[in-house]
Design a protein around this ligand. Sequence first.
Ligand SMILES: O=C(O)/C=C/C(=O)CC(=O)CC(=O)O
Ligand SMILES: [Ca+2]
Ligand SMILES: [Mg+2]
Length: 417
Amino acid sequence: MKSFIDVAPESHFPIQNLPYGVFSRSGEDARHIGVAIGDYVLDLSAVKDLIDGPTISQHRDVFDAAVLNPLMALPKAAWTETRASLQKILSSDEAVLRDNAELRARALVPQASVTMHLPASIGDYTDFYSSREHATNLGTMFRDASNPLLPNWLHIPVGYHGRASSVIVSGQDIRRPRGQTRPKDDEPPVFGPSRLLDFELEMAFFVGQGNPLGEPIPIEKAQDHIFGMVVMNDWSARDIQKWEYVPLGPFLGKNFGTSISPWVVTMDALAPFTVPNPVQDPVPLPYLRHEDPYSFDINLSVAIAPEGKEGKVVTNSNLKHMYWTMKQQLAHHTINGCNAQPGDLLGSGTISGKTPDSYGSMIELSWRGTKEIDLGEGEVRKFLKDNDTVIMSGFCQGEGFRVGFGECRSKLLPALE
Ligand SMILES: O=C(O)/C=C/C(=O)CC(=O)CC(=O)O
Ligand SMILES: [Ca+2]
Ligand SMILES: [Mg+2]
């Protein structure tokens, strides 16, 4: 499969990918849905008449929306038909766009000239805790090194409800939060800027079609409700978190901001990179069981760039390390009748591998501040400094091409005075 548009082998956006995003043209407010192809965005409102299939042809108005929610709300068949149509339109042996200069000028926009926006209106955001290595590392540091996993962890995809209003798109800055902490266990709490500001390397999926309140999504149907994935940074103020989290879980230590990459990579694009699921022992309860593989080989990295300097990679991880699958997360989330809705964002939890160079947060990389993380040029960190930029990225390696996510990048601004 090849496009008439030149795509470099290391590009994240070949014709095998075609992730969805929401963009506006330079100097314009209007938001459009597009797919990334090489260095361009294809504006779907400009080519919607060419998108064909028995389901999608009844719903082409979804391509005029300013968010992906209407497309997400359609049955999975509509997503697959859209992808097949777009691959055809962009292919090197299809003339309809290739040989129409007027349409190309209207529909293909250089990515360098657009502003990206949040891809969906996110009604709800939930964050799981599905990496065994991450849960083990935090349990070891904070609770009981001899028994780090809590008793529920191997039975339930543990999670918490996050805050949708503060999810931001890559490129937007984030401000260091202020809050209440208790630096010394035998002294009263104090108020001020968080001093232990961390990233969490995560991925997240967008829910497609939802479920009515009271009717769970069975695990056999879960994949029909998973639209696609992004890379996510669940910014975490460890000192605020530590003081506030007992017994109800994360609150102000997490809800000041969560960054996501702008391009939503579809599950159809990720399908060739499926790998076997981790062995789960004990075997989970029947509502969480599935045999088909739904784990993905996605290379992930995080770089930190101090102000005015190049980014230095501080960790390399992979989504395939996760213990609980996205199907299990969605089946669990809805098993009590909770209704998921199109555009809901469900985070994986921090993605840590087994080795210290694959840990997904600074609290693990610096082992609670006992080790320095080397950024080169004399720069070291235990936690983030003001004006550091955190750059996350991910891609699947195919034969001669990459299916990638682009970047999730945000700069940490100083706290308010
Ligand atoms: O184990 C803890 O006390 C805290 C865990 C987290 O902060 C992680 C959380 O947000 C879920 C995750 O990213 O895995
Ligand atoms: Ca998290
Ligand atoms: Mg967060």
